[in-house]
Design a protein around this ligand. Structure first.
Ligand code: ZN
Length: 506
């Protein structure tokens, strides 16, 4: 390693250490911390993030970056040293554009907007949240202007989470998906629902089952753990400590079960990043100040959705693992065949709540949020008109009448926390999962047979090779081009949904 590369690695290693400490505080915040700790924990996290930002903007980091840029001049931008230098340069540029006063206003708004949102949601009173949404949108528009964009402020926000995407590219992609999904939904809705998953399953048994299933995917408990959280998530402090969570509702088994597979999928991504990338720019999001090895939010979601849906909700999985499931809940599912169970966990029914949506309607929930937040950012929709825009979109796409705002535009925490632009990444992840799976099956004729035998090592090895090990050293579309021959595409996902939910096959 050259002296410049070494100097830059030291600075970024320290930034990664600080951000891993932030992540640990956040993990604690969401699993163990008593409610009384919220205010001071917020201070601690803000202080540490501020230190990380200062370190990125320090003379030492800038000098090392300039030296490495000069040294690697003329090399291809796939050269890892060149790419590291360019990535840090982009981060320095980004943080310079956002002045400290704007960041402070955002940080101060967060907790009060969050509290107002919680009250508004509880009482289904949008008026309580409106002044904070106004302020939140105004700050997002200010940030977008400071960051710079292609003419649509939403582009600046989307690119924070899904680099390479813009307001226009997402709109085109979603239009294609929407046109494909609506006719499949017409066919799939109205089928009878099976209440087998609503039998009572003790939380203790569910916990053991979730651990068992996570282990089955190859998630390494020697470098991980499974805890309980109200809103399940995965978080890592380097590849050597990657934690997942789920929640247990005794009257609804799929929540915990598929939640655990989903988070295990996220966990596998982080655990399987090349060891050499630990504490480097390729395992750190220097823009969002987040210690993560996944190359984009959508790429991350592709891994979780792949394990959750393509593996966990498949008939082959339950033909192999129904006995394992029955053993965890003795006497409760003995009368249920793998076919019936698979059918029950793939039931399609439009509903109001995104996080409870089935695989087919989920993306429609994402699209309506994306449409609304893009319109908020470009000013074509006023915050006070969000409820009517929301209810209209739900009527149009899902054929439902929203009874009140708690079941509508007040259900998600994102906008109260100032997150605009992250919603599309869920659907990007769904599409990317299908694209990867289709290509892997085409390339490896034995993959289906190995999954039918309950061997998940082969799939994990493919995913590690195609996605995980690269960390942030390659973009999402670079990974996809190598693995599938093309950049992100809607077609494989629509083929998958059609095969699963159209006609008699479902
Ligand atoms: Zn996820």
């Amino acid at each position: 390693m050259s002296r410049a590369a070494q100097a830059l690695a030291e600075e970024i290693g320290a930034v990664n250490d600080i951000l891993c400490a932030v992540a640990l505080l956040q993990w604690d915040n969401r699993t163990m911390m008593p409610a009384g700790g919220a205010q001071t924990r917020g201070n601690q996290i803000a202080t540490l993030k501020g230190i990380a930002r200062e370190r990125i903007l320090s003379d030492a980091t800038r000098r090392a970056t300039d030296d490495l840029l000069a040294e690697t001049e003329g090399r291809a931008d796939t050269d890892l040293d060149r790419r590291a230098a360019l990535t840090v340069q982009a981060a320095i540029d980004h943080h310079r554009r956002l002045d400290a006063a704007l960041l402070r206003r955002q940080a101060e708004l967060g907790p009060v907007a969050g509290a107002a949102w919680a009250t508004a949601r509880e009482t289904s009173d949008f008026a309580v949240f409106l002044p904070f949404l106004d302020e939140s949108v105004a700050l997002a528009r200010e940030s977008a202007a400071a960051i710079g964009h292609d003419g649509h402020p939403y582009s600046a926000m989307v690119a924070l989470y899904e680099p390479g995407e813009t307001a226009a590219s997402i709109r085109r992609f979603f239009a294609k998906l929407r046109a494909g999904i609506l006719p499949i939904l017409d066919e799939a809705r109205g089928r009878e629902r099976d209440d087998v998953v609503h039998r009572r399953f003790p939380a203790e048994a569910q916990r053991a089952l979730c651990r068992d299933l996570a282990e089955l995917t190859g998630y390494d408990f020697g470098r991980g753990r499974l805890d309980t959280a109200v809103h399940p998530f995965e978080i890592s402090f380097t590849r050597n400590d990657v934690r997942i969570t789920t929640r247990y509702r005794e009257e609804f088994l799929p929540g915990a079960l598929f939640g655990a597979l989903h988070e295990a999928g996220h966990g596998l991504y982080e655990q399987n990043i090349a060891d050499a990338f630990t504490r480097t720019v390729f395992a750190t999001d220097l823009i969002l100040l987040y210690a993560v090895g996944g190359t984009s939010f959508g790429a991350h979601e592709s891994q979780s959705r792949l394990w959750e849906n393509h593996v966990g909700r498949s008939l082959a999985f339950w033909q192999k693992n129904m006995g394992r499931l029955r053993a965890h809940v003795p006497g409760r599912l003995d009368d249920v065949s793998p076919e019936r169970f698979t059918c029950a966990v793939n039931h399609v029914e439009p509903g109001f709540i995104r996080v409870e949506a089935d695989e087919l309607t989920y993306d429609l929930h994402i699209m309506l949020r994306t449409e609304i937040e893009a319109a908020l950012l470009d000013g074509s929709l006023a915050p006070r008109d969000v409820p009517s825009a929301w209810n209209e979109a739900v009527r149009r796409d899902l054929g439902l009448e929203v009874p009140d705002d708690r079941w509508g535009c007040l259900q998600d925490v994102h906008w109260s926390s100032g997150y605009f632009g992250s919603f599309p990444t869920y659907t990007v992840g769904n599409a990317m999962a299908a694209q990867l799976m289709e290509a892997l099956k085409a390339r490896d004729a034995g993959l289906d047979a190995s999954l039918a035998e309950g061997d998940y090592d082969r799939l994990r090895a493919h995913l590690t090779d195609a996605v995980c090990r690269h960390g942030r050293s390659r973009t999402r579309d670079e990974l996809l081009r190598d693995a599938t021959g093309e950049a992100l595409s809607a077609e494989p996902y629509l083929r998958y949904l059609r095969a699963k939910f159209s006609g008699a096959t479902a």
